[in-house]
Design a protein around this ligand. Structure first.
Ligand code: ATP
Ligand code: MG
Length: 425
């Protein structure tokens, strides 16, 4: 800010960093708005690395001691025609005009050390009251850019704020416009909402004002059966890990349907049907493959009984991988807490502890963890081919049952017996 001022330009901190600082929170990033044009910003920082992040919209990123600082030229937005982007962007000298284009009053404040706070829309008062209020007419603002409807809910989740009543009414009314927003943007906001501290509150708003159904129409039957509050409580009880929270949101998505079918002798394996549907939904929202796979797995296996003994837990780890089992236990724990199954939640805690201990002790879980490998078997005289794999899998079964048997001499002896038995038959 001093560098920009020295070159004769205005410079203010703006948006999220001002809001977070006033709340006593650590801002996730620092945004500066300035009267300098992008090329003037670049010229003002000849000794810094400068990235042309969004020159068209007036944004460049200056690297300061390894930290990115986004510097954006003051601008006013032109007309919005597609419910998402302004048709044109015009640069301006007016800080107030720049603040007027911002979504919520708590996000429309600027700060500079000499001037203090610039707050033309009452953001500081709303911040104190914990209110999310659109800058200007909420219907117009959501109509311009429907993504703001989801931003409203994600800030409700992250900040634990309440939408002001006109703002909320407009969000509910214009929610169908969310269909115009790209799935990537939708998913990015949904993720922040799900990982926010007050996720229960935000999801209830999304459900009660029928906003969630625009993003996930498949969710409607769950709401009709009033499953939603239990699902939301489970999400709030889960650790802030996206895959677990998405899985909790979607794990009963086919339950209403399978409940109806059950009576007529139809499908009652709702876990498998829900898993398939969760996969379809997440693929439609273009989630990364790794997320889709993990969520699908958690949903598909969500009815599997909790392992109470070490061997059963080792078996699950061998089958699914230890990191899946860890997420699965956390998923189950959250679900138990949400349905007041205290005993099951305690079993989950015990299983999680056991898993940590087993992993810390270097428990063998995969064929690769065995004290012997294919090489030793070939040296022993086992012919190359499927028998090598068969013997190794048998040895793993044995070791999963009794990990203390994972020693080279013991396994080689066992392998010899197996091999001879195989060749005899
Ligand atoms: P975070 O801590 O998540 O980064 P943030 O408030 O900084 O929160 P950003 O998405 O980084 O949110 O946006 C920075 C600022 O730009 C916002 O505070 C707001 O003033 C403005 N803004 C961002 N997106 C929009 C939008 N769709 N419509 C209007 N203003 C927006
Ligand atoms: Mg930000």
């Amino acid at each position: 800010m001093e560098t920009l001022a020295a070159s004769g330009y205005s410079a203010h901190l703006v948006g999220g960093c001002v809001r977070d600082s006033l709340m006593g929170r650590q801002p996730s990033d620092w945004d500066i708005c300035t009267s300098a044009l992008p090329e003037q910003v670049i010229a003002a920082f000849p000794h810094h690395k400068v990235l042309p992040t969004g020159i068209g919209h007036g944004t460049v990123t200056v690297m300061m001691d390894g930290n990115p600082v986004e510097i954006t030229t003051l601008r006013r937005d032109g007309e919005y025609l597609d419910h998402r982007h302004p048709q044109t962007v015009e640069f301006t000298d007016s800080l107030k005009e720049d603040l007027a284009r911002r979504d919520f009053t708590v996000n429309a404040m600027a700060y500079a050390p000499q001037e203090g706070l610039t707050d033309p829309f009452g953001g500081a008062d709303d911040l104190k009251a914990g209110l999310l209020r659109c800058v200007g007419n909420p219907r117009q603002r959501f109509d311009e850019d429907a993504l703001r409807i989801l931003r409203l809910l994600r800030f409700a989740s992250q900040l634990s704020f309440q939408p002001e009543s006109d703002t909320l009414a407009a969000a509910a009314e214009l929610a169908p416009l969310l269909e115009k927003v790209s799935v990537e943007r939708t998913a990015a906001e949904l993720n922040k909402l799900l990982l926010g501290e007050d996720v229960f509150h935000a999801l209830c708003l999304a459900a009660d004002h029928r906003i969630i159904e625009v993003i996930i129409p498949e969710f409607s039957p769950c709401m009709e059966l009033q499953l939603d509050r239990r699902l939301f409580a489970a999400i709030a009880a889960a650790p802030p890990r996206l895959e677990i929270r998405l899985a909790l949101l979607l794990h009963d998505i086919a339950k209403p349907q399978t409940l109806y079918q059950k009576g007529s002798g139809g499908c009652d394996d709702h876990a498998a049907v829900s898993a398939a549907r969760a996969e379809t939904i997440l693929k439609r929202l273009r989630y990364p493959n790794s997320v889709v796979k993990r969520v699908e797995m958690l949903v598909r296996q969500h009815m599997v009984p909790l392992p109470v003994h070490k061997a059963a837990l080792r078996r699950l780890c061998a089958e699914w991988g230890a990191d899946v089992v860890r997420d699965w236990i956390a998923f189950r724990r959250a679900n138990s807490l949400a349905t007041d199954q205290v005993h099951e939640a305690e079993q989950c805690d015990a299983a999680a502890k056991l898993l940590d201990e087993m992993l810390a002790a270097g428990m063998p879980l995969r064929v690769e963890d065995l004290a012997v490998g294919g090489k030793e078997l070939l040296e022993m005289g086992v012919p190359p081919g499927p028998m090598v794999g068969q013997i190794l899998r048998f040895l793993l079964e044995m070791v999963l049952e009794q990990p203390e048997l994972n020693q080279k001499e013991i396994l080689l002896k066992e392998a010899t017996l197996l091999w001879h038995r195989q060749s005899d038959s």
